[in-house]
Every structure is written in C-alpha cells, then in structure tokens.
Design a protein around this ligand. Structure first.
Ligand code: GLA
Length: 685
C-alpha cells in the first residue's frame, strides 16, 4: 500500500505519494478523489531512458535523470549544478503539507509549503531555499512548485496588455512543446498578474474542469507550461535577473506565494475561488469591508490645471451629485506644473494652495466627503530638489546613461535611507491632513535598475516597496490605499494584501473598459476594481458614448466619477446623480457573493450575488443583427420562481419567471442599441 498524502478541499483534492529517497511525488491535482480512485503509478522505464524512472515530484531537481522543468536552478561558481534530495521530512494534515528537503551533496536546503483552503479551494504554495554550503550560491530561478496538468487539458486562457489596454484575453491551444510568458519590466504588468487558466475538455464559462494560477508578486515573473509525456507541467515564479540572487553561507531566498486552484465549474468557478482567496487576504479581512464610497478623482476633469478655488468648486459639484470621496490627483505638490518635474518633492505647491491643502481637505470634509490624495512615492524627476540632493538614490548602472520614462527615474527602494525619506514625507502628509485614502501610483517600467553595488535590483525593489507600504499602513491604519501603475500595471495578489482598491485602467472608454474589467475579474473581486465614469468623447479613445452606458459599466466595480460635472448638461448630470444613487442602493450586493460572466450571441453579461438575489448586467457593444438571444443564467438551479426587475435611473416594472426557465431558456431581453448596458435585479419570488 502506497503512503499517500491527501489534501482535501470543497471540490478539489491533491494527492501525493511519499517516497523514501526524494520529494513527494505528484499523483493528482484536480477533482475531489480518494487515493483508491487513482490508477497505479507507471514505474516502467521507457526505451532509451535512464534505468531509474524519475516521476514528477513537488521539487524536481536537475541533472539526475529527470528532464522536465526543475524547481530551481543554481550553482556555486559553475559547480553544484545538479540536485537530488537525500534528507526528506514531511509534515501533513488534511489541508497542509510542509516538505523539508536537503541535498547534502549540493548543500542546499528547501522548505516547501502547500496550504489548501477548504473553503475557497485555493492552494497557497511557497518555497524557501537555503544555501547550506560555505561558498556563495548563485540562484538563477526558483518556483514555488511545478504543478501537473492533466492530459485532457485543451486551452490556455491568459492575458496581455499595455497602458490603456489592460487584461486583453488570449486563448491558445495547449502547446506541443512549451509555452511561456515572462515579465521583465520590474512590475506586475498591464496584462494582469502572472496567471493563467487551463481549460480541460469541454470547459467554458460555467462548466468543465479548469486549473488556474496567479502569482502573488508585483515584480518580474515567469509562467511556463511544458509538454511532459502525457500531460503538461506548469511552473510559475519570479523571474530573476542575471546575478540578482547570490546567497551567502546560511542565507535563504523565499518565493512569492503562488495561488493555484481547480474548479469543476468552469472559468467562473475558478475565478470565484480566486475572489474568495483575495477577499480573505484583503486588508479588511476579519474586520469587514466598509461600503465602497463613490469617488470623484480630479485627474481627467482638471489634469494639472489646479488651484484651491478650482478644486473647492469641483468638490462642491461632486458633493451635489452624491460623491463620497474626493481625490486630488497629480499636480498638487511643488514644481509640478506638468509631468516634467517635481516628483520626489512631496510638499504642497504654495502657488496653487497658499495655505497648504488643509483648507481644501476641510472643505471636502465639510461637504460630507472623505479626502484622498495622489502620490507616486517610488519616483523622482531629475528636475526636483530630491534628485539634485541625492542623485545616487535613483536606480542606475554605473557608466550607463539613465533611461527616463515620462521624464522620471525610479528611486532605489532597497535603500533604507530612501524608504525613511519617503516614509517621513508620507507620514507628515497623513499626520497634517485628514487623508482617508492614498492613490499610490507607479508610472514607468524599470530600466537601468542597478543598485549601489552594481547588481540588478528588481526583487529588492518590490520588497522595499512592500516594506514602505506596510510601514505606512502600520502608522496610519485607517488610511486606504489604491494601487495604480499607469492604470492597471500593478494588480496582483501580493499587493492585494496591502491595498483596498486597484485602478484598473486609465482608459475610461466604456467599450474598452468592458473587456478590461472582464479580464480583471478573472483574478480579483469586483469591490477592488476602481471603475470611473469618464467624459464623452473619451480622453483615451475619442469615442462618444451615452452617460447611461458609461455609468452602467462603472457600476460593475467600485464606482467613481472622473470628469468635471460642470461640463455635463443638466440632463446628463441628473442621470449621473441617479446612477450614483443606484450604486449606493445596490453596492452591498454588488460587492459580495459570487461573480459570473457569460456571453450570448451579440451580448456579454455579468451577474453578481447569489441565486436568491442577483444583479445582472447585459452589455451590447455592436448593433445587434437580430433580436437579442435570451440570457441563460446557469446558477439558477433551484425550482422556485424569480422576479426580474429592470433597473435604470427611472423605475421599471418586474416580471416573474421560473428559475429553470431562466437557466435553460433564458431571460428575454428588450431591444438594446449598440453601446448600451441594461441592469436587472433578480430575486427569489
Ligand atoms: C497615471 C494614473 C492616472 C493619473 C496620472 C497622474 O497615469 O494612471 O490615473 O493619476 O498618472 O499623473
């Protein structure tokens, strides 16, 4: 009888086999099984293969007869390149597995942790590698785990993106040889977190086996799938720059956590698992999320065109339509008439705000709103007092020209003096002003990312930023933070433990946003998705769209406004105020429960809540060629009746259908024009 380790979730399980001379072997990751369901392991060597069969383990090494993706790659000045574990200790219970491994020849230790949350079905995996030798160990790569994917896998769903076009979905067939996505820009990236979904045979939005991963990391990453006999292996971890990690005797290096999940309920099932896991990691986990306030952000309304009177008047107009949090964006600090200078000098521009920001912040609060402020702590403009005083604080490579982007350089966040300076600047602002919220931006990629010692500084940059955010949060626990990086360039489960909101994109065009937001929702829950109503024509695309469409699309996330209400005509301003009221009525439901996405010919839909109380959005982008197909809602599995009430700023009447009709035949839709969104409330009758 084999010695199995079984971790059991709600709908998934993990089975590993203990062996005496190596890391536990993968037997299964997928649907819930018991070890007795598994066929025996094939121990026959193939022709032209080593006589010892080396099956996939949790920590595959290199060089000793296994030829698949190794967990790590390392050497000591060219030696100790191979790895085989000779000391193995395993601690396991029903949800957790900890593997302690030592290679006494290469003098490497490894601790690997697998924690399966029985509620979300999300497996959190991490690994820590220790140099147990005398000489330094160069670590070239280390993944938390190499995961098995079943031979029935069919399609990879991943995302690519850039500024203004985040989370663009890609679907590709499983590779004959291999597939990879590497991020070397030093940031999570506009394609979203290092993550993907693997669809098994027959899998779609609502049904079928899906395996998915996302890396909890805001820096460089590597995702790879390799064909390995029948089936594939999946590796996800940090991408390390040459020479970046060199471990002295006794030193250790830890991977970011990898979140991995299996769902038999299609892409929506896997995303729902991720949403639960992210919710349990969110800063408010345990104490409960407060209702997500309606934002007004000054950026697209005023850009750099700021002064106290203008901002106070904008705040008046914001409060009049029901805004609850007023955010002063870029342009408030000294030397910042445009984006060419000033970053790093975090003191108020007295020309624009003669008495500082206090009068504006007080004015905002008197209007019943919270006050929020934009900062970009990790950045410095060469034209700033900070840079003139400390040119060595910017990341640089000796002898090489600095690479600017948006006229700015990046501060070396591995330096304690840099972090202290930034902490003091932020601490002073948060101490002096009644700030409820920081929009924390990062508007460029890393290049010439060298530290004072001449080494690559990508990993240390992320760790330094995390440390600074953690310190700010500890000193000001009531302040919420939004993660922004030229729109959605830093959206991942690593920073998600430190921020309440993500700015999904600078593109507010509601057509572009529909795709961006659906990609965002693959990994993150809707209450963390900053979504604003922008101007028409859209500043990003020039497209003209009705206010109902722009507002309805923003209602799918954490709602806000990013325009000057003075530029709306009376009708549109009233409609916007109506949508703000609608958001407030329904935000509890919009920001809890499950999210489902789906499609029918000519339309896309999103439903949020639970089968007894759902909010449904139906979006039409192009002019329909015929009557719209009814929307089938597969989550309505009960046999009762459901009342369906269309919502718009004006009230509308409800109709009742049986749940099985809505699941099987679908909700009939009224005529919808191109660029429109309809919203319905569905309740068990
Ligand atoms: C980035 C952000 C925008 C805005 C500007 C300010 O582009 O994504 O929302 O804050 O910076 O410079």
């Amino acid at each position: 009888m084999k010695d199995h380790i079984v971790l059991t979730g709600r709908r998934s399980s993990l089975v590993l086999e203990r062996i005496a001379n190596g890391a536990p072997l993968w037997r299964h990751w997928g649907e819930r099984v018991t070890p007795g369901d598994l066929p025996p392991r094939d121990e026959q060597p193939l022709s032209f293969s080593p006589d010892v069969v080396v099956p996939l383990s949790t920590a595959p090494g290199f060089g000793l007869g296994g030829f698949g993706q190794p967990l790590f790659s390392a050497h000591r000045d060219g030696r100790d390149f191979s790895c085989g574990w000779d000391s193995i200790e395993v601690e396991a219970n029903e949800t957790q597995l900890v593997v302690h491994l030592i290679d006494s020849i290469a003098r490497i230790g490894l601790e690997q942790r697998f924690l399966l949350d029985p509620v979300s079905d999300v497996l959190t995996i991490s690994a820590t590698l220790t140099n147990r030798g005398e000489l330094p160990l160069a670590l070239c790569s280390l993944a938390p785990a190499i995961l098995p994917l079943p031979p029935s896998s069919k399609t990879i769903r991943s995302f690519t993106g850039r500024h203004n076009a985040e989370f663009q979905e890609l679907r590709e067939a499983m590779p004959a040889h291999g597939w990879f996505r590497e991020e070397r820009r030093g940031l999570t990236g506009h394609g979203g977190p290092a993550g993907l979904f693997v669809l098994g045979d027959g899998a779609g939005w609502h049904r079928g086996p899906v395996h998915a991963v996302q890396l909890a990391w805001s820096g460089n990453s590597r995702l790879s799938i390799e064909c390995d006999g029948p089936g594939w292996t999946l590796a996800a971890g940090e991408w390390l720059a040459p020479g970046e990690v060199r471990l002295a005797a006794g030193e250790a290096f830890a991977t970011p956590e990898l979140l991995a999940t299996y769902s038999p309920d299609g892409l929506n099932g896997a995303s729902a698992n991720f949403h639960q896991a992210i919710r349990s990691r969110a800063p408010w986990a345990g104490r409960g999320m407060t209702p997500r306030p309606v934002h007004l952000n000054s950026w697209e309304g005023l850009y750099f065109d700021q002064d106290e009177a203008r901002l106070m008047a904008l705040a008046d107009r914001a409060a009049a339509i029901g805004v609850e949090r007023f955010v002063l964006d870029d342009g408030w600090f000294r030397g910042r008439p445009d984006d060419r200078s000033g970053l790093g000098d975090w003191q108020v521009d007295r020309a624009k705000y003669p008495d500082g920001l206090k009068p504006l912040a007080d004015h905002v609060r008197k209007l019943g709103m919270e006050f929020g402020l934009w900062v970009e702590p990790e950045m410095v403009n060469p034209d700033s007092d900070l840079y003139r005083a400390h040119p060595d604080w910017a990341l640089h490579i000796a002898g090489r020209a600095m690479v600017t982007a948006r006229n700015q350089l990046v501060l070396d966040m591995s330096r304690a003096d840099v972090r202290d300076y930034l902490f003091d600047a932020l601490d002073a602002l948060l101490g002096e002003l009644p700030i409820a919220y920081l929009k924390w931006d990062h508007n460029r990629h890393l290049a010439t990312a060298g530290n004072a010692d001449g080494g690559a500084s990508y990993h240390a940059q992320v760790m330094g930023t995390y440390a600074l955010i953690d310190r700010v949060r500890a000193a000001h626990p009531g302040v919420e933070i939004e993660s922004c990086a030229g729109g959605g360039g830093r959206i991942d489960a690593g920073i998600a433990t430190r921020v309440e909101r993500f700015w999904a994109s600078d593109n507010l065009d509601a057509v572009s946003r529909t795709a961006i937001q659906r990609g965002f929702l693959a990994f993150m829950p809707p209450e963390m998705m900053g979504a604003h109503v922008g101007a028409s024509p859209s500043h990003a695309t020039g497209r003209v769209q009705p206010i109902e469409f722009r507002a309805g699309v923003a209602l799918c996330g954490h709602f806000g406004v990013e325009l000057d209400p003075a530029r709306l005509n009376d009708v549109d301003r009233n409609l916007l105020a109506g949508w703000i009221a609608t958001y407030k009525t329904h935000r509890d439901r919009l920001h809890s429960g499950q999210t489902w996405l789906g499609e029918e010919p000519g339309l896309m839909w999103q439903a949020v809540g639970d089968p007894a109380h759902l909010i449904l959005f139906v979006t039409v982008i192009d002019p329909p060629t015929d009557r719209l197909a009814p929307v089938r809602l597969p989550m309505l599995t009960g046999d009762g009746d459901i009342s369906v009430r269309p919502i718009s700023a004006a009230d509308a009447t409800s109709a009742t259908y049986s749940a099985s009709w809505l699941a099987g035949t679908g909700l009939p839709l009224p005529h919808m024009a191109a660029h429109s969104i309809a919203m319905f409330i569905l309740k068990a009758a």
